[in-house]
Ligand binder design. Structure first.
Ligand code: NAD
Length: 437
């Protein structure tokens, strides 16, 4: 399976607007503004390694659009990070916040590194040095990072500490996804998976699904994938396949998800950052009939719901025609290429797009930022209920728009985002003043 972004991932991301603008009323200036990021920072991150040598990593931070509020988005540590990918991810964040009504703009960042090769102290030095390099670019009122692939609460805690040290005061609201004792929010850990789960519960209500009849495959068993699998399994859904970067397992009777999570995380090394264990080696989490499968095989399984929760560009023109799932819930960002979308739509496969399905993460990040600024912390039940309200309202609005325009759900989600962004631009009055005189 390819983990890298294709060179045109950003161009492909932008192409979604062409279709969506037909179902919204954006003015031409908004579409023009959305063609490029507001600001891009590329930095060198020199790190002293444990053996005394110096390595210089490349890092990026992109602030894409701040029409609706300070820019917001994750930081990724991965060898395949490049500017093109970061720009695409920052564009998706802009559309995601607008689609679900979170008052943030979009941003994203990353470092080109295989973090699994670093020691714990090297990882901490890298994280702190990266923050030193981007400190002038981020801030609680301008641009607020968060976790993404291969970054986690421990790393967010180091970053908040480093930023605060540079400012000479505690600034917890500069970053979200922090550990709870350092100003994190209850309910942030499972927020992305939980948001996707609320979307699936809406489908359950609409289609009258019986969970025990629904077979699910989850590609990627990290933060987002584990939690959506756990919540669905607890409701009686049959999670029949899971995978991670080493490959996957298929178990027709259903994977024992809590046990798979326990085993996958049992051998976490490096300050609880990365797992040495793979779901492939789970002994007690699967039953008779279990077989090893590749990540590519998992995508083509005969299941009801496919949940890509790993990397971009997994469902492409090359395999879209072989996808058998009737519903795809995009927990990963950008797992489906525009060409694949056409094929899936033609086959009547319903796709809940990333900018809706994984919006739970940024929504609870918004709650964390609010709590940090207020100095008042919410209960887990409050977080869950507020998240549920935002996800269900967004789902119903986008689903309704899809029905009204007879379009796919992704196009409806982008149209929803464009209308919200446009309302903010129009509220300034300038465009209408010049166009009505
Ligand atoms: P993570 O680092 O916790 O987990 C990533 C998982 O993907 C791991 O299980 C890893 O083994 C697996 N993986 C990595 N490369 C793979 C490959 N080539 N094939 C199959 N599996 C592979 O990351 P995460 O936070 O769960 O993020 C997963 C996806 O969800 C990303 O697309 C991310 O942008 C998106 N997302 C995450 C959040 C969040 O809050 N964490 C929010 C929105 C979207």
């Amino acid at each position: 399976m390819s983990t890298s972004s294709t060179p045109n991932v950003f161009t492909a991301a932008l192409s979604r607007l062409d279709k969506a603008r037909r179902f919204a009323t954006p003015d031409g200036e908004l579409i023009e503004r959305l063609q490029q990021p507001l600001a891009t920072l590329q930095v060198a991150v020199p790190v002293r390694m444990d053996d005394g040598s110096l390595r210089i990593f490349q890092g990026y931070r992109v602030r894409y659009n701040d029409t609706l509020g300070p820019t917001k988005g994750g930081l990724r540590y991965h060898p395949a990070v490049d500017l093109n990918e970061v720009q695409a991810l920052a564009f998706w964040m802009t559309c995601k916040c607008a689609a679900v009504g979170v008052p943030f703009g979009g941003g994203k960042g990353g470092v080109v590194v295989n973090p699994k090769e670093l020691s714990r102290l090297e990882l901490e030095r890298l994280s702190r040095r990266f923050i030193q390099q981007i400190a002038g670019f981020i801030g609680p009122d301008t641009d607020i990072p968060a976790p993404d692939v291969y970054t986690n609460p421990t790393i967010m805690g180091w970053m908040m500490d480093e930023y605060s040290r540079l400012q000479g005061r505690k600034v917890p609201a500069v970053i979200t996804g922090k550990p709870i004792p350092l100003g994190g929010s209850l309910g942030r850990e499972d927020a992305t998976g939980r948001g996707a789960y609320y979307c699936i519960k809406e489908f359950e209500r609409i289609h009258g699904w019986h969970p025990a009849d629904i077979r699910i495959a989850v590609q990627g068993f990290g933060n987002a994938g584990q939690h959506v699998a756990r919540l669905l399994h607890a409701d009686g859904y049959r999670v029949v396949a899971i995978s991670d970067s080493h490959g996957g397992v298929f178990c027709p009777d259903g994977v024992e998800v809590p046990e798979a999570i326990r085993q996958k995380n049992a051998t976490r090394g490096l300050a609880d950052v990365y797992c040495a264990e793979s779901v492939r080696n789970c002994e007690h989490c699967t039953r008779v009939g279990t077989k090893a499968i590749s990540n590519a095989d998992l995508l083509e399984l005969d299941v009801d719901i496919l949940i890509p929760a790993a990397m971009e560009n997994q469902i492409t023109a090359a395999n879209a025609a072989r996808i058998k799932a009737r519903t795809i819930v995009e927990v990963a960002n950008g797992p489906t290429s525009p060409e694949a979308d056409e094929v899936l739509h033609g086959h009547g496969i319903q796709v809940v797009p990333d900018i809706l399905a994984n919006a739970g993460g940024v929504t609870v990040s918004y709650f964390e930022w609010l709590q940090n600024r207020a100095g008042l912390y919410w209960t887990e039940a409050e977080v869950h209920e507020r998240l549920r309200q935002i996800m269900v309202t967004a789902f119903q609005g986008i689903h309704g728009r899809m029905r009204e325009h007879q379009c796919d759900m992704r196009t409806a989600a982008y149209a929803h985002a464009l209308d919200r962004l446009n309302a903010a631009v129009e509220a300034q009055g300038t465009y209408s003043y010049f166009n009505h005189h």
